[in-house]
Ligand binder design. Sequence first.
Ligand SMILES: Cc1cc2nc3c(=O)[nH]c(=O)nc-3n(C[C@H](O)[C@H](O)[C@H](O)COP(=O)(O)OP(=O)(O)OC[C@H]3O[C@@H](n4cnc5c(N)ncnc54)[C@H](O)[C@@H]3O)c2cc1C
Length: 446
Amino acid sequence: MPTPTQPLPPSIQRRSTITFDWQAEYQAPYSGLRVLGTRWSPASHQVKDFLGRNQIPYQWTDVEIAAPDKEVEQLIPNGDFKSVSLPLVVLPGGEVLSNPPLGELAARIGLRTRAETTFYDFVIVGGGPAGLAAAVYGASEGLKTLLVERQAPGGQAGMSSRIENYLGFPSGLTGADLARRAFTQAKRFGAEILSPQEAVGLRVDGPYRFIKLRDGSEISCHALLIASGLSWKKLDIPGVDRLQEAGVYYGAAMTEAQLCAGEDVYVVGGANSAGQAAVYFAQFARSVTILVRSDSLQKGMSQYLIDQIRQVENIRVETQSEVVEVHGDDHLESITILNQETGETKTVPTTALFIFIGAVPCTAWLRGKLPMDDRGYLLTGTLLPKDGDGPKGWKEERDPFLFESIIPGVFAAGDTRHASIKRVASAVGEGSISVQMVHQYLSKVR
Ligand SMILES: Cc1cc2nc3c(=O)[nH]c(=O)nc-3n(C[C@H](O)[C@H](O)[C@H](O)COP(=O)(O)OP(=O)(O)OC[C@H]3O[C@@H](n4cnc5c(N)ncnc54)[C@H](O)[C@@H]3O)c2cc1C
């Protein structure tokens, strides 16, 4: 075996696992993005969550507990972190942003938030599986395609710790991996992706459909797809709003998982998203308790997840149970649980509560513009409200396409559409199919 003083052939050097003494001690200076904050600060959580979901690598330092290093000492004199507006984001060039708005941070780290031009053949609102699939097919089939995403590509699926029922991935894949692959594929075909950027308004002028963006700019197109999906339903109990992102989180909040090491955490909800999160957090936490209102997990969760949960020793399930109050000063310290069967309550200590109690469609910005059901899901095709034989307000000679709304050329796909199946595969399917309808529509307007 060669000794460290003998040069190794290049092929072996590349594969070598020999560790020299100096390497064990040596720590390369970190030159990437750095975030300094405190665990319980909602602003710190938002920055970490934003970077994590956009798959931007960063190094996190909790200034309350980390041993001060030279950089921290320079940035926070005398360790008095209450005197600075946290989090601090240190850019690779050394510039420091103090508690930056996410839009500004996005622009500084090179994410695209402004469109290259003002007109596109096809604009998609929402970068979940439906929107990304539409972007892949639209761009690959020659349409000048723009996708607008308000948080991070991937949507709800991007928050999943492991998707195991998506065709072609027999051992599953993480939502982050799926999002990264789909994003790369859409970009490779030439789709333009703005993220973070939010659609806030829709107007129509002749054959043009206009989308107003949060920054005040407008984009026009011939065909528009609404694939804005769902966002978490809020839990309306005392204390939750005050402690949100300071121990109380909606969704899986992956960035917090490792910080739960050795702690007892609680997951509220009985659907697959709650089950996946419990299995994921159980790798880090001392214990995970799932609180579910119904009398068994069978009512809302897939059998494969129930089987997995049974095999994880540190997961407990409390049925017929609900959280009725959360407590803590600047962060979550305990929660009160009501047992619906006995009527008894108990208060237990915990620093992390993850809430998965269902979702609502992200369509508030379309109210009054597009027909929706009483819960806000968009109505399309044969489901549009009728007036006599045809859809109310429809002026074309042809019938609306299956995913077309009351405005010709404006389509809806994925979870946000009334009667959709809430699955990754069906969102991908609907996003892909909608592009066929877009082609048929464009063949008459261009
Ligand atoms: C934690 C979790 C785990 C899941 N696990 C599975 C699983 O294992 N298998 C499975 O099949 N399904 C799973 N699902 C369900 C699946 O993820 C969804 O059915 C799917 O993501 C729906 O895709 P979508 O594109 O329709 O909507 P979404 O995924 O909700 O994406 C919509 C996107 O639109 C964006 N948006 C909303 N409004 C605007 C606006 N005004 N402007 C710009 N952007 C906007 C949102 O930020 C979001 O990124 C899971 C869901 C969750 C939450």
